[in-house]
Design a protein around this ligand. Structure first.
Ligand code: GLC
Length: 492
């Protein structure tokens, strides 16, 4: 099959969150099975050019119709760690992708509406006719809308779209200017409940809703989150739309790339290890302590790795740190705050705890250090408010670091409570799960984990080994996506 991914991120060249990892990971796995995969991305000024190899002109004179006129674009081609990517660079005073950031501009909806239009124009003009367009998140929600309303009548009749939603919180909104800019026009037609009209604001068009309504198939990134999005407030107003489209909607659990995330081959840890040589994990613990100036004691290290924001349950992260200290455990935090209040709060904590040799806060994103933390810690907490899939718990499991997670979204589909899980026999359980958002719930799960580590080290080791035996690679998800692609490929 010939598959084109259209997305706003592809790790490690363009990565703001898990979306980037997923776009890269799935593409690589599909290609390794003999499919042709290409990725279309915006040409951001601030992307990591050092992760792009052989960047060259691919298509010089792409003119993209935009508001009655047109915007001239150049398209470049390059390889991001082996994956072919096309980067679209518009030349206009809007400077859509020359903002020094990926997201967060007042005109983000216009920037990505343009990108969506330009991506299809590029396929059309360069005579690429993929079997499947796989679009991701609100940034590309208008791709299926334009494909089936405009381009289908311009020699793009056989293309089919799979749309994956990684986060329902960001939906992409706009007014009638979006219709005029993209050439969709026909206000009365699109401002309809059955098409793009937002479910709560009748004066807004909703990009993700458009993606759901028009795509041949829609996925989110775990089965549990698919259920939550359809039935709870986690769907952020799209529950009804998902209900109406349930025949073409499901959750497919993400994978992680074991070429990059495996203690057996990891280049950033002092000694490689597997479940057969688990004793070597202690080397990483030692190295982590010496790097972060933590004292050497016979106590567990508990870690948090990820963004520091409301989605990730920042109050519980904070509490986990103090609870760990109260239990004489050590705590390591690697997190990037996304808002000024959270940043101030954690910088304050960092200064306050500066002389405490049982805790370290690293308030930035550091890929290399994250590998050492995954390997060196004994447990990792993921207390998210909501979590469509979550990648850190899966990486933790692979590194023999026991996850302590809140029972939401993909966390429910990947972590099975050692003491209380009802669906897996004891020999298949791999971590600790709590459900409520209060401190007591978190503490009770942490207490059980720390207690096992202290009092029953052999049983703790068994739990570690059980976790390491899980296969959360891209193998199964890629098979599921291929089944979806096959099922829509010849659909009318
Ligand atoms: C988003 C979600 C996260 C998911 C990732 C990749 O960042 O918040 O849960 O793992 O996308 O799909």
């Amino acid at each position: 099959m010939y598959i084109v991914q259209i997305a706003s991120e592809c790790a490690p060249a363009i990565k703001a969150g898990g979306l980037g990892d997923v776009v890269y990971g799935i593409s690589r796995e599909l290609e390794s099975r003999g499919h042709t995969v290409e990725i279309i991305l915006p040409m951001y000024d601030c992307m990591r050019y050092d992760h792009i190899w052989g960047l060259h002109d691919a298509y010089k004179d792409l003119t993209v119709p935009w508001y009655g006129g047109e915007i001239h674009c150049s398209v470049y081609c390059g390889w991001v760690h082996g994956q072919v990517c096309f980067f679209i660079e518009p030349h206009s005073d809007d400077r859509f992708f020359q903002r020094g950031c990926y997201y967060g501009c007042g005109d983000d909806n216009m920037r990505f509406a343009f990108f969506s239009k330009a991506a299809i124009e590029f396929l059309l003009r360069s005579n690429k006719r993929p079997d499947i367009l796989h679009c991701h998140d609100w940034q590309t929600g208008l791709v299926p809308v334009m494909l089936f309303e405009i381009y289908k009548y311009q020699w793009m009749e056989y293309q089919r779209v799979c749309f994956t939603i990684h986060n329902f919180k960001h939906q992409g909104m706009g007014g009638s200017e979006i219709l005029r800019a993209t050439g969709l026009n026909r206000e009365a037609y699109y401002f309809s409940d059955q098409r793009l009209q937002d479910n709560s604001n009748p004066f807004a068009l909703n990009f993700i809703k458009g993606g759901i309504v028009y795509s041949n198939y829609v996925t989110t990134v775990s089965p549990q989150h698919a259920w939550e999005a359809s039935n709870t407030e986690v769907g952020c107003g799209l529950g009804h739309t998902l209900y109406l489209n349930q025949h073409k909607f499901k959750g497919v659990l993400n994978g992680i790339d074991y070429d990059f995330w495996s203690p057996e081959t990891d280049r950033y840890i002092p000694t490689n290890y597997s479940s057969a040589t688990l004793a070597e994990k202690a080397q990483s613990k030692k190295a982590l302590r010496s790097r972060l100036l933590l004292r050497e004691v016979d106590r567990p290290i508990i870690a948090y790795i990820g963004r520091l924001d409301d989605q990730k349950g920042v109050h519980l992260v904070h509490h986990a740190m103090y609870y760990a200290l109260s239990r004489s455990a050590q705590f390591v935090l690697l997190g990037s705050p996304t808002e000024a209040v959270i940043s101030d709060w954690f910088w304050h904590e960092k200064r306050f705890l500066n002389d405490n040799s049982d805790v370290h806060l690293e308030l930035s994103f550091n890929e290399e250090l994250s590998h050492l933390i995954y390997a060196g810690a004994d447990m990792i907490v993921v207390p998210s408010n909501y979590e469509p899939c979550g990648l850190t718990q899966m990486i933790g499991l692979k590194y023999g670091t026991v996850p302590i997670v809140r029972g939401v979204g993909g966390l429910v589909n990947t972590v099975f409570d050692r003491d209380y899980d009802r669906t897996h026999p004891p020999e298949q359980r791999n971590g600790y799960v709590f459900y409520q958002t209060d401190f007591t719930a978190l503490e009770s799960a942490m207490d059980r984990a720390i207690g096992l580590w202290e009092n029953y080290p052999e049983q703790f080791e068994e739990l570690v080994i059980q976790g390491m035996s899980y296969d959360y690679s891209w193998k199964n998800p890629a098979t599921e996506y291929l089944e979806i692609y096959e099922s829509i490929r010849y659909q009318w």
